[in-house]
Design a protein around this ligand. Structure first.
Ligand SMILES: Nc1nc2c(ncn2[C@@H]2O[C@H](COP(=O)(O)OP(=O)(O)OP(=O)(O)O)[C@@H](O)[C@H]2O)c(=O)[nH]1
Ligand SMILES: [Mg+2]
Length: 201
């Protein structure tokens, strides 16, 4: 059995156009979410590297699709953050199209990690992504990020709220409280990624 060492993950490539996606072998797991939801921070926390996926206080910084290689046939994909309110409309539309076409055309995509700031979950694009994952039967893990912003009690309340809303549509999802800052949920994220890897490997 292969044991994945996430600490050895390295940057593979960036693309700015969906047409640059070549037919790829192997398995990809995409991290998706609003700009500023904590995608890059989560990838850094997962891989125990401070600067692998760059993050910044300037939202919308990750405008490319970034590929990171965990092992030869397993990649993590950092998708551009959607919905950054200050981005010009045309750029916004370009991002949305890019994400949509990646999710619907990538042959390697086997799982989605949707990151939502625990304070503002299930915004409109999140719901689109969730619907798409149900429609296209892409397994999904929802991370309620920056959970350190809430008390333990409020974390539980928010978790239940999100769960209740989604269980009306499907029982094919998992939700996890997550904090890159306080290292909450990283073990669970790893075990979900391992599970997907083993399933499709
Ligand atoms: N308190 C707290 N802040 C966090 C956490 N994770 C990320 N942040 C902060 O949230 C901001 C955005 O984080 P990023 O990881 O850059 O978010 P992103 O989703 O990659 O954003 P884009 O690249 O714009 O799509 C940064 O200022 C981070 O320091 C967390 O677990 N706790
Ligand atoms: Mg980012």
């Amino acid at each position: 059995m292969t044991i994945l060492n996430y600490n050895k993950t390295f940057f593979l490539k960036s693309i700015s156009n969906i047409s640059d996606i070549k037919i790829e072998n192997g398995i990809e797991i995409a991290f998706v979410g609003y700009s500023n939801s904590g995608k890059s921070s989560a990838i850094n926390a997962l891989t125990n590297q401070k600067k692998l996926a760059r993050f910044s206080k300037i939202p919308g910084r990750t405008q490319l699709i970034n590929f990171f290689q965990v092992t030869s046939n397993f990649r993590i994909v950092d998708l551009p953050g959607y919905g950054y309110s200050k981005a010009p409309v045309l750029i916004k539309i370009k991002w949305q199209n890019m994400i949509h076409s990646y999710l619907t055309t990538s042959k390697a995509l086997k799982g989605l990690v949707l990151l939502m700031d625990i304070r503002y979950p299930l915004k409109i694009f999140d719901e689109d992504i969730i619907r798409m994952s149900f429609d296209y039967k892409i397994p999904i893990l929802l991370l309620l990020t920056k959970c350190d912003k809430f008390t333990i009690n409020n974390q539980k309340i928010q978790f239940q709220k999100v769960h209740k809303k989604l269980e009306k549509f499907s029982n094919e999802f998992h939700i996890q409280l997550f904090s890159s800052l306080k290292k909450v949920g990283i073990k669970e994220l790893k075990s979900k990624l391992n599970f997907w890897y083993k399933k499709y490997h």
